[in-house]
Design a protein around this ligand. Structure first.
Ligand code: TGC
Ligand code: FAD
Length: 394
């Protein structure tokens, strides 16, 4: 793969909206990606292996629990810092950002928000340092966009101390190597609860899903529960119902809205540099109007997405961002990124399909990003419901 020469576009001087601390955090994450992710990520993706060697680095840049309070091992940062870290990581690879998203927003967040003080003390510091890796089990083989229909369930074991968990979760990021899984399952009354399942519990297995063309540097798998005896004390006491996992998704979707900008920036920057250097018909291809149209539209769309993400960060920090606003940003920014990846790949001609450049990898990764955490269609329907009051899901 070519050396990482990335220079971040900032067409509307959005750095002026950031504090010195934001810029410091962002720059540290950017430097780490350049030094520790870019040199290894292409091979990891080609070999379809999650590069475990980057776990300590992710922890060191604050990617595991950026906004979780420091008393629990988190970085205690604000929402814009969290967004900037996700942007920089996804500039390197969406699969690496996935690992960080799941750990932070889908594992640490529910334990912090809905766990007991004992859960927080037991799990959060180890998750923040990367000593423990986590996964989040919501999706099932027959329930993806409609998680409320889940069939994974638990019942009282009759010994006063345990429940017996049965069911299966599919498409679970980090599952093959997770130490703990936050699993969403129905109790005997059909009410959804979060339950912490720990590796080593009998009847719990995590087979890997192979043959992915997308997110190859992220490990995806199943969570299978066959009469798993889980202590009742592992049930998250703070909230039940579908709103509990969906609120975790709000946090992760916010991170994706920022992350997708990183992937788009990398594709744009690569295509711009290539277009200035590649000569055809005696001129750099950047001198042809058709290529300028592509590049000019890319920087316009990136700038709009940056503004959307920044404003959403401010609203979220104030506690005023709605779930529907988060959906709009996730949907828009991922769509923006995938379109830019497709256009940028064309600017590189044949070279664009090789692993010499990052664009094709981003493009393939973004096919997962546009599907997970709510599909492109689902987020449109969330906006539709929000503005019309009419539910078109069912
Ligand atoms: P609905 O009746 O609308 O809602 C049920 C309850 O939930 C509440 N609620 C929310 N609460 C917090 N945050 C949100 N975003 C919420 N959205 C809804 C709602 O108020 C209600 O509460 P209550 O008290 O009245 O019960 O539910 P529904 O069954 O009609 O479904 C709505 C729908 C389709 C929008 C939702 O289910 C959905 O978002 N589906 C998409 C599923 C999804 O995003 N799955 C993601 C799985 S995790 C993942 O993909 C990780 S990838 C990670 C990585 O690698 O980066
Ligand atoms: P389906 O729900 O079957 O949807 C298929 C198609 O139908 C889509 O185009 C969808 O938009 C459309 N559709 C569905 N319902 C409607 C409707 N009401 N109106 C109109 N169109 C509709 N899940 C987890 O729980 N944890 C994870 O860590 C996780 N990681 C993932 C990693 C990867 C790489 C991938 C690919 C997925 C991951 N997921 C995870 C699952 C992901 O969230 C689901 O794939 C996603 O929610 C869509 O569900 P589905 O694949 O079952 O598609």
């Amino acid at each position: 793969m070519k050396p990482d020469l990335f220079e971040a576009p900032d067409y509307y001087q959005l750095d002026d909206l950031l504090t010195e601390e934001h810029k410091m955090i962002r720059d540290a994450a950017r430097a780490w990606v350049k030094r520790d992710v870019s040199p290894i990520i292409e091979q990891a993706a080609q070999e379809a292996k999650f590069p475990k060697s980057i776990i300590p680095g992710l922890a060191a840049i604050g990617a595991f629990g950026p906004y979780i309070p420091e008393e629990y091992g988190g970085a205690g940062l604000d929402q814009i810092s969290y967004g900037l870290i996700m942007q920089e990581i996804e500039r390197g690879d969406s699969g690496v950002r996935s690992t960080a998203s799941v750990q932070s927003s889908l594992v640490m967040y529910p334990i912090w928000k809905y766990g007991s003080e004992e859960h927080r003390k037991k799990f959060l510091p180890k998750l923040a340092s990367g000593e423990f890796m986590g996964s989040f089990g919501l999706t099932e083989p027959d329930h993806g966009s409609n998680p409320g229909g889940m069939v994974t369930h638990y019942k009282d074991a009759g010994d006063g101390e345990h429940v017996i968990l049965n069911g299966a979760k599919l498409w679970i990021s980090n599952s093959p190597f997770c130490d703990v899984a936050v699993v969403w399952a129905k109790n005997e009354e059909g009410r959804i609860h979060g339950i912490i399942v720990e590796r080593g519990m009998e009847g719990f297995s995590t087979p890997e899903t192979h043959n992915k063309w997308s997110l190859r540097a992220s490990a995806t798998g199943e969570l299978i529960f066959q009469d798993v005896k889980v202590p009742k004390s592992n049930i998250l006491p703070g909230r039940s119902g579908l709103g509990a996992p969906l609120s975790c998704l709000d946090s992760a979707r916010f991170g994706i809205a920022w992350g997708a900008i990183g992937a788009a920036m990398d594709c744009y920057d690569t295509a711009l540099r290539y277009a200035k250097e590649r000569i055809q018909f005696g001129k750099p291809i950047a001198a042809f109007q058709l290529q300028q149209k592509k590049l000019a539209e890319m920087i316009t769309e990136i700038t709009k997405a940056q503004l959307l993400a920044w404003r959403l960060g401010v609203l979220r920090e104030e506690g005023n961002a709605t779930s529907a606003q988060i959906s709009m940003a996730k949907r828009n920014n991922v769509d923006m990124a995938i379109n830019i990846a497709r256009e940028a790949r064309q600017i590189l001609g044949g070279m664009g399909i090789t692993g010499e450049y990052s664009i094709m990898r981003h493009m393939m990764n973004l096919e997962s990003v546009i599907t997970y955490e709510g599909t492109h269609d689902i987020h449109l329907l969330i906006t539709g419901l929000d503005i019309t009051g009419e539910n078109a899901f069912k």
